[in-house]
Design a protein around this ligand. Sequence first.
Ligand SMILES: Cc1ncc(COP(=O)(O)O)c(C=O)c1O
Length: 460
Amino acid sequence: MPKPQARPVPAAEARPPSHLFYLSSLRRPLVDRAEGIYFWTKDGRRFIDGSSGPMVANIGHSNRNVLDAMKRQMDKTTFAYRLHFENEPAEELARQLARKLPEGMDRIFFVSGGSEATESCIKLARQWAVATGQPKRWKVIARFPSYHGGTLGSLAVTGDDALAETFTPLMQVMPTVPAPAAWRDRDNLSMEQRGIRYADMLEEKIVAEGPESVLAFIMEPIGGAATAALVAPDSYYPRIREICDRYGILLIHDEVMSGAGRTGKFLGGDHWNCRPDIVALSKGLGSGYAPLGALAAPMRLVEPLLASGGFQHGHTYAGNPLACAAGLAVLSEMDRLDLIANAAAMGDVLIGELRGLAKRFPFMADVRGKGLLLGVEMVADPETLKPIDQTRRATQRLLDLAYARGLIIYGRKVKGGVDGDNFMVAPPMIITREQIGEMISIIGDSLEALAAELDLPVEG
Ligand SMILES: Cc1ncc(COP(=O)(O)O)c(C=O)c1O
């Protein structure tokens, strides 16, 4: 039996053993600094942040105005507990957010991350049901695949077998419906008919579960890592709203990744004028400057909770002045630099370039997304959609090939965490055309190398 290999650490980076542990034991270069769309490591390498980390750094790194706003806040106070004091940054951020959200979504509850945000949405929904005399409603239907977070509550509504399996006995696992991967379907229906069919699967599930037991439906309006930026046919969105209304079920939009401007609108759901009941936000809201998340809901949902003693939920750091000052400055930079418009315009350029690459590399079977939240699904055979042999680890190989060339892109298995290859390109919203050109050239080289390694089809 071969001896286990030591973890590879390039000589130039020889470092003491790490006490940290994560999902993978892979060592990475030590980061030195970041600016705009770039990172520099201690050993002098430069990386393009082609995925904004995990789709976080929406306004780019080291924005001077955000740093200055945070420093000004730090000189006053970094922490004031919300049960002891109100603070101006939290008040003002809630006000600004309410202005950007769909009409009536004007009650805000701050948290420190995405899992806290989605879990808070679920708890708000449940407490609302109890407070309004509907205590039998508790099931939250989710989509499969999907990602809503890593805490037990948010994991219970996450459609990802690889992540959930070990923890299933600890959770109340919730019912799921298929995510609307209509592009894969081989039938005679139009895309719009397929959109209706996927939405109707929610109604079938509600009926099967017993409508009186169903509390909410949670979905990412534009998919995140679990589906590589999956977008449903247009017909899906209004039909989902209709179905939720018919059965008195709350519609929760998880905009943790798709929100805060990344897709070319403030919310992903704004592309369809969606009217969710509750919205979860995080990632781009703090843009990596501070851990920040939020849930937004209308007064009609919040009022019954307040009347019954308040929201029975909270986290110590929620609404702290430093994170909120960062969030406020992030929103202000987004407006000052017109970044949402830039995300829409540069998203068009980037998706066009990726579709160009797909002509050369037909194993890029679907290129999709909105604005700067874009994903590419890869298959062995574009005709039959036969997946790439999983032992070849195509996604990870491509990510490694790009990383070795100085570009960070993102990817996770798109079939419930166990199968399916893809990559996601989601650079900061400040990106320029020239920088997109630089990224595309590295992606092209990396795909070329991947195709050669795995014997994937290449045109011309
Ligand atoms: C759509 C969505 N919801 C929730 C989360 C969980 O966020 P966090 O990792 O900040 O807890 C994520 C993180 O990737 C996400 O993409």
